[in-house]
Design a protein around this ligand. Structure first.
Ligand SMILES: CCCCCCCCCCCCC/C=C/[C@@H](O)[C@H](CO)NC(=O)CCCCCCCCCCCCCCC
Ligand SMILES: Nc1ncnc2c1ncn2[C@@H]1O[C@H](COP(=O)(O)OP(=O)(O)OP(=O)(O)O)[C@@H](O)[C@H]1O
Ligand SMILES: [Ca+2]
Length: 565
């Protein structure tokens, strides 16, 4: 056993029992891992297991159960001393589970030494939260938020010694308003149990509070906003859960809880949306006009249907096939290395996000925000079925690769997708590509641009502004009377902003690089499903050498566990 001058354990190696066998167990502080292996000469198929200390959830002294105590081995040995290590086990499709392993030994002092060393290592993980503020929306998604939290999440938080203050919301904006009042410095993070709308509420509360405390006027679209350093955790219990799915890779409450416990941190870009120098909303996933705005508006009347409301309203909106005329002007995101048609996608520790952050900081230091205003604006006029600005890929179980598969979580840009007027059949082909592997931008009627800011004005508001006295226009019905079948819509659509509707159709949007932080790590690279199923956090390293004499060739390590030592 070795100890660093600071008192940190560098390496602890012992022979400990697990089940009915002795294992060589190593706690390697330097490499940051706990490993256990069979000390006998290795044979084909033998397994060495390890878990990174950053993915250990807790360690506890354990009483061996009656069955274990009564087995022949224990009786000879007197009272064994045991401890259990709880750790993250990675399963298929980015799913995480809490697994455990129990080690025992006859020496009480040795057992305590192990518990103490592991606890010290856990204490050293400074990014882990100790105190969380939790908001539960009991009405999100299938109305399971409270049950999900109590049954799946709270026991894990308590295992990891995380204290919580839990607020069950009583009305919309409860969490947001509450965040302006609480002593926020008391907490290491805020957790929302619900869907994208609930996340949006918490994010608005935190960003708003931060700007208020720093004297920043949110109504000024050009104000440089102050970053929020308090992380947000999302326990998915909503209808789409796109933000959770796009930042973790799955909507699964246990996986999310484990990312919170290990103290992951993923910065996230946020769009600010203004109209006439008035702040409207922030947005992190989809800001959509036309199709997705209309789906949302219709679905709000059908909340009682739960998550199914989106399929119902989606089908209905698809049939109406309305398009909208307007002008988009945007500033291309020149600072970023990526492009929306890249094959490379944003992953844990993404190089492009890191580079973009540095580039933006450098540019701002050199030229300030004024320079950004003078940068080139591109203008596109047209008739659009959908205008979608996405800050992240916007993946969800309905669309696993998302609306823009190569969008980045934290590169200071958004992908602006313009779907021009086309036939119903073409639009259906476009929608279907959200659900399969084909390229949804490979259509003549779809354009995609990576932008750092954009503005939109509908033709209707332009006409009204330029000729407000033209009362003739106001007498016009909602849809074009002369051409009932043409699907042109002289009414405005509404913006779908992270699942909330916006009042104004004319908007001014700016991307704020890495304005908030989540308890997440982006999508991990392990992705081939078959490979992922074989790999777990406790990695199984197969030792591939010729078996020693006297051992059966096909003897697996699992069979060996039957052997007493
Ligand atoms: C033929 C199948 C085509 C399926 C196409 C599926 C595309 C799904 C794309 C989902 C994109 C989600 C973006 C995230 C937005 C969130 O910030 C927001 C708040 O949670 N959710 C929604 O607005 C909720 C938006 C939900 C939209 C669902 C749209 C469903 C369209 C169905 C069209 C059916 C046409 C069938 C014709 C025979
Ligand atoms: N107690 C409450 N009663 C009514 N509404 C609430 C309450 N608490 C929160 N809300 C509001 O409910 C809205 C929707 O909630 P949430 O996002 O959790 O579920 P969802 O809309 O089903 O899921 P998704 O946003 O993923 O589609 C949020 O915008 C939030 O402001
Ligand atoms: Ca982005």
């Amino acid at each position: 056993m070795e100890q660093l001058p600071c008192g940190r354990w560098l390496r602890l190696v012992s022979s400990l029992g697990m089940g009915q066998r002795a294992w060589e167990v190593t706690l390697d502080g330097e490499r940051g891992r706990l490993a256990w292996s069979d000390p006998r000469p290795p044979r084909r198929g033998d397994e060495n297991c390890f878990v990174p200390t950053s993915e250990i959830i807790a360690v506890e002294e354990t009483e061996l159960n009656k069955k274990q105590r009564n087995s022949g081995k224990w009786q000879k040995m007197g009272k064994p001393h045991a401890f259990t290590v709880y750790y993250v086990k990675k399963a298929r499709n980015h799913r995480w589970r809490c697994s455990d392993v129990t080690f025992w030994c006859a020496d009480e002092h040795l057992c305590n030494q192990w518990i103490q060393a592991l606890k010290e290592l856990l204490e050293m993980q400074k990014s882990r939260p100790k105190q969380l503020l939790v908001y539960i929306n009991p009405y999100g998604g299938k109305r399971q938020g409270k049950r999900i939290y109590e049954q799946k999440v709270a026991p894990l938080f308590s295992l990891a010694s995380i204290s919580t203050d839990v607020v069950i919301t009583e009305h919309a904006n409860h969490a947001k308003d509450n965040l302006f009042e609480v002593n926020i410095n008391k907490y290491d993070g805020v957790v929302c149990v619900g869907g994208d709308g609930m996340f949006s509420e918490v994010m608005h509360g935190l960003i708003g509070r931060m700007q208020k405390d720093s004297g920043i006027d949110q109504n000024n679209p050009k104000a440089p906003l102050v970053q929020c350093n308090i992380r947000i955790g999302i326990i998915p219990a909503g209808s789409t859960d796109c933000i959770c799915y796009s930042t973790i890779g799955i909507s699964d409450p246990v996986t999310s809880a484990l990312h919170i416990i290990v103290g992951d941190c993923q910065p996230l870009d946020v769009c600010s949306v203004h109209h006439n120098n008035t702040f409207l909303k922030y947005c992190v996933s989809l800001l959509g006009y036309g199709f997705y705005g209309d789906v949302l508006k219709d679905s709000e009347k059908k909340r009682w249907m739960g998550p199914m409301r989106y399929d119902y309203s989606g089908f209905k909106t698809f049939l109406t096939h309305h398009y909208y005329e307007g002008t988009i002007s945007f500033q291309p995101a020149k600072h970023t290395l990526g492009s929306p048609r890249d094959k490379y996608t944003c992953r844990t520790g993404c190089y492009i996000c890191k580079k973009s952050e540095q580039q933006l900081a450098q540019q701002r230091k050199q030229c300030g925000l004024k320079h950004e205003e003078e940068e080139e604006w591109k203008i596109i006029k047209g008739k659009f079925l959908a205008i979608n600005a996405v800050n992240m890929r916007c993946a969800c179980p309905r669309s696993p690769k998302g609306l823009s598969p190569a969008a980045h979580l934290a590169d200071g840009s958004a992908d602006l997708i313009l779907v021009r007027k086309c036939s119903r059949l073409d639009f259906l082909r476009y929608l279907v590509r959200h659900t399969n592997q084909d390229d949804q931008f490979d259509f003549s009627f779809v354009d995609v641009h990576r932008v750092k800011s954009f503005q939109f004005t509908s033709k209707l508001s332009e006409d009204n502004e330029s000729n407000v006295t033209d009362m003739g226009k106001k007498r016009f019905g909602q849809f074009c009377r002369d051409h009932p079948a043409c699907c042109c819509n002289i009414a405005n659509s509404t913006w779908n902003c992270d699942g909330e509707t916006l009042e104004s159709s004319a908007v001014e949007v700016r991307v704020h690089c890495q304005l908030v932080k989540l308890f997440a790590r982006g999508i991990e690279e392990t992705c081939k499903d078959e490979a992922a199923s074989r790999q777990s956090s406790v990695e199984q390293l197969t030792v591939d050498i010729v078996p020693p004499m006297g051992r059966r060739k096909n003897e697996s390590s699992r069979n060996l566990s039957k052997y007493a030592f």
